[in-house]
Structure formats: structure tokens, C-alpha cells
Design a protein. Structure first.
Length: 225
């Protein structure tokens, strides 16, 4: 990544900030930077070959997405996946996923079934033999596809909360094959409702799908206490 010093003008700094944020975001999603880890300005500045100013701006952008917390004189810290944070994120997911499913059903796109069924097939293939990383990616793909099918730019703007819950917090949620199998059945029901053009059913099923995950998280925390 090129440095911001020298001939770079202000017009080049906004794309550079986006580029830096994209690199850090992907590293968070792939757990190169795990939850709770610190992102030190000096280290990242040297590694990426950028000055601290666009790096700080990238941190602020990622903070707006809920991926990091910026702390004065300390740098940025990847969000921690404690139960309260997870449940708060999933509360928003329930609303967004429900709306996305309803809008997708109401649009009646003839191609929507093909895309959703493909994501479901990839999920099923990742269960036996169990490949959690592949399952997680196909799970994200399914939910992102529903968001795209909604045709609503504001719904699509909530994609970071999907990746935060499904990828950033995945090790905390401890997805197991039996949970994945349940989720796949729920995905099939959601896809059926969307294909049928039944908006209310699609919204109800999508919300119930997320609420079931919240119940699972609460139960897991109770068992551990």
C-alpha cells in the first residue's frame, strides 16, 4: 500500500482511507485480528506504508461499523464478543433480516430462488463432513443474498452487522453441526416463503431464525455459569 506522503493530495486520501479500512476489515473477518485484540497505530502504519492520519480515519470508519472501539492514546481495539454485545447485535439482526426477507418476497425476482438454493446447498455440503469455516461463509452468503434480493440500499447498508455476528463473533458463538443443521432447515423455510412471494411469512420466519440463535446463546451462557 503506497504512502500518503509526498505528492498525494487531499483528493486521493478518501479512497486511501477506504482501502486501509478494507484491509483491516478483512483481517478482522478472517480472525487475523481476533476479538479484543489491539490495533497499534505505529505497527500498522509501518506495515501498510501509510501515515497515521488516514489510518486514524480508517479506524473511525470501522468504529462506525461497530468493528472496533477507538480509545484515546491507545489505538483501536477489535470489539469483544461478550454475551451482552452479541445479543445487542442480534437484536438488530432480527429486525434487518426480517425486513430484508419480506422485501425480497414482495419483489418477486424470478432469479431469487436459484441464488438462495445454491447458498443452502453449500451449507449442507459443509455439515457432513463438518467444515465450520465453509459453513460460516455459506451462512453469510445466504443472508447477504437475502439482503441483495430486498432491493433496498438501506438494508444493504446493514451488511456489516451480519458479518460481525456471523464472522467476527463466530468463535464465541461456537457453532456446532447440530446447530448448523437446524439453521439450514430454517433457511429452507425462509427461501420457500420468499419464492412463494409471502412477505409476512418470510419476515416472521427470518426473525424467528435470529431469535432462535439468541435463545441458544442465552442457554449456552446459563449452562456455563
Amino acid at each position: 500500500m503506497p504512502s500518503t506522503t509526498g505528492r498525494r493530495g487531499s483528493s486521493a486520501r478518501v479512497p486511501l482511507v477506504d482501502e486501509i479500512a478494507s484491509v483491516i476489515r478483512e483481517r478482522i473477518y478472517t480472525h487475523r485480528y481476533p476479538t479484543g485484540s489491539w490495533l497499534r497505530q505505529e505497527q500498522l502504519s509501518a506495515e501498510l506504508g501509510v501515515s497515521r492520519t488516514p489510518l486514524r480515519e480508517a479506524f473511525r470508519l470501522l468504529e462506525q461499523e461497530g468493528l472496533v472501539q477507538v480509545k484515546a492514546s491507545q489505538g483501536a481495539q477489535v470489539v469483544t464478543g461478550d454475551l451482552a454485545t452479541l445479543l445487542a447485535a442480534y437484536e438488530l439482526r432480527a429486525v434487518v433480516d426480517g425486513l430484508a426477507a419480506r422485501l425480497a418476497a414482495e419483489r418477486g425476482d424470478p432469479q431469487q430462488g436459484r441464488h438462495l438454493r445454491q447458498a443452502i446447498r453449500l451449507q449442507q455440503a459443509a455439515v457432513e463432513p463438518w467444515r465450520p469455516q465453509d459453513y460460516t461463509q455459506s451462512n453469510v452468503d445466504f443472508h447477504e443474498q437475502v439482503m441483495h434480493l430486498s432491493g433496498n440500499a438501506y438494508v444493504l447498508g446493514q451488511a456489516p452487522i451480519l458479518r460481525m455476528t456471523a464472522q467476527v463473533f463466530a468463535p464465541v458463538a461456537l457453532v456446532r453441526p447440530e446447530h448448523a443443521s437446524r439453521a439450514i432447515e430454517e433457511h429452507i423455510a425462509i427461501a420457500d416463503a420468499i419464492e412463494a412471494g409471502d412477505g409476512p411469512a418470510a419476515e416472521r420466519l427470518a426473525r424467528a431464525h435470529i431469535e432462535a440463535t439468541m435463545t441458544q446463546l442465552r442457554a449456552g451462557a446459563a449452562d456455563a455459569s
